[in-house]
Design a protein around this ligand. Structure first.
Ligand code: MG
Length: 382
């Protein structure tokens, strides 16, 4: 019997060379790994990174972490996991049409929110305040910390030992130094940033309407919404179907604009290689001027009307009480921490170890742990 030939990594790399644009990041330019490892026989360096990210505990926990709405509130709202998958979808689709490396974009998208603590942005702010004397807390830095240190899956090195290109992609807002001569991240990483903004804008409007915290009438003041209504012939979001059609049209519009505008900017820049992208004076993946303005206006609107809604403020209040209490209890009585946190505390200090432990919790686990530590008659139970 003739066995089919298995495709080798070298062949996959040849496919990339034939298929990707010159300005893309081929897996042969991954920049290598911190701890040298033999290459995989059947997977490119980025496929391997992607698979490593997908099999982490931090990735699985995204399912029970808040995007805007508390994870325990309903089954239909976005969670960090569904948000991550939406970002991945947009990033992959556009990577393919722009001639970029779809697998690198996918990997960075899957990992981009790994560092979020429980209770969304409220949780991040609270941890940052609690840790103010110990270096603070930032979800982008935490994502790097998770993949470089905290996930323990190998005997020969800490973390996942991801490639330089993937780590650079997670270095959002350049919180850590870029290698010399490099002022911009790869186009794949730029694409994930833009896809992230696109996804949360569209799905926060959708979840806001679904929850009733936002009303269709309020959205009338937004240029983005007006543009959308024009495109859909004045469809209203008052029915479930209407909302779904509007959400889909919004995604299609923004994805189309991002793809078209990025293609034009790449062409106008004349960049021909990854090195030229990294040394270019500005980012090349982005929206057209008008859409960029619409998104900025929408962001301000969402801060004022959705993230600042009194019902969301109440969640924030809950989050603050829970995280402050957990942190205070753990640092004043370390015996309450599990063994792995003690091992870490010996290396990085009790405060950081307690923070890592809390940041890794899902919303649900944080609430449960808080309840366990609170006397049932204390009047503070959930
Ligand atoms: Mg995100």
């Amino acid at each position: 019997m003739l066995l089919p030939t298995l495709i080798s990594r070298e062949q996959l790399e040849q496919r990339e060379a034939a298929f990707l644009a010159g300005y893309a990041t081929p897996s042969t330019l991954s920049g290598g790994r911190e701890y040298p490892e033999a290459e995989s026989q059947r997977r490119t360096a980025f496929q391997r990174d992607r698979d490593r990210v997908l099999h982490t505990s931090a990735f699985r926990r995204l399912e029970h972490k808040t995007q805007v709405f508390l994870n325990v509130q309903g089954d239909h709202y976005r969670t960090r996991l569904t948000h991550t998958l939406e970002v991945q979808q947009v990033a992959r689709s556009l990577a393919l049409t722009l001639g970029l490396n779809e697998t690198l974009a996918e990997t960075v998208a899957l990992a981009h929110d790994l560092g979020h603590p429980p209770f969304g942005h409220a949780g991040e702010k609270i941890l940052d305040e609690l840790l103010s004397g110990y270096g603070g807390f930032d979800h982008n830095l935490q994502a790097q910390r998770i993949v470089r240190v905290l996930e323990q899956r190998y005997t020969s090195f800490p973390g996942l030992n991801l490639t330089r290109a993937t780590l650079d992609g997670l270095n959002k807002h350049h919180r850590t130094e870029l290698p010399e001569g490099q002022v911009q991240p790869s186009l794949e990483a730029q694409l994930v940033d833009a896809a992230d903004a696109l996804a949360y804008t569209a799905h926060d409007i959708d979840d806001g309407l679904r929850s009733g915290l936002l009303q269709g009438e309020q959205l009338q003041e937004l240029d983005l919404w007006q543009g959308l209504l024009e495109r859909t012939g004045g469809l209203t979001p008052h029915t479930r179907l209407g909302r779904h059609v509007l959400h889909r049209e919004l995604l299609g519009w923004l994805i189309g604009d991002l793809g078209q505008c990025s293609a034009e900017r790449i062409a106008a820049s004349g960049v021909q290689s990854l090195a030229e992208v990294q040394g270019y004076s500005e980012r090349l993946i982005g929206y057209s001027g008008p859409v960029k303005g619409y998104l900025r206006q929408t962001r301000r609107f969402l801060y004022a009307n959705l993230y600042g809604h009194w019902q969301v403020e109440r969640q924030r209040e809950q989050a603050e009480a829970v995280l402050t209490q957990l942190y205070t209890r753990f640092v004043t009585k370390p015996a309450l921490l599990p063994p792995q946190a003690h091992v870490l505390a010996d290396r990085v200090g009790l405060e950081r170890a307690a923070c890592d432990y809390i940041a890794g919790m899902t919303d649900r686990y944080a609430l449960e742990t808080y309840a366990h530590l609170t006397p049932p008659t204390g009047g503070q139970g959930w």
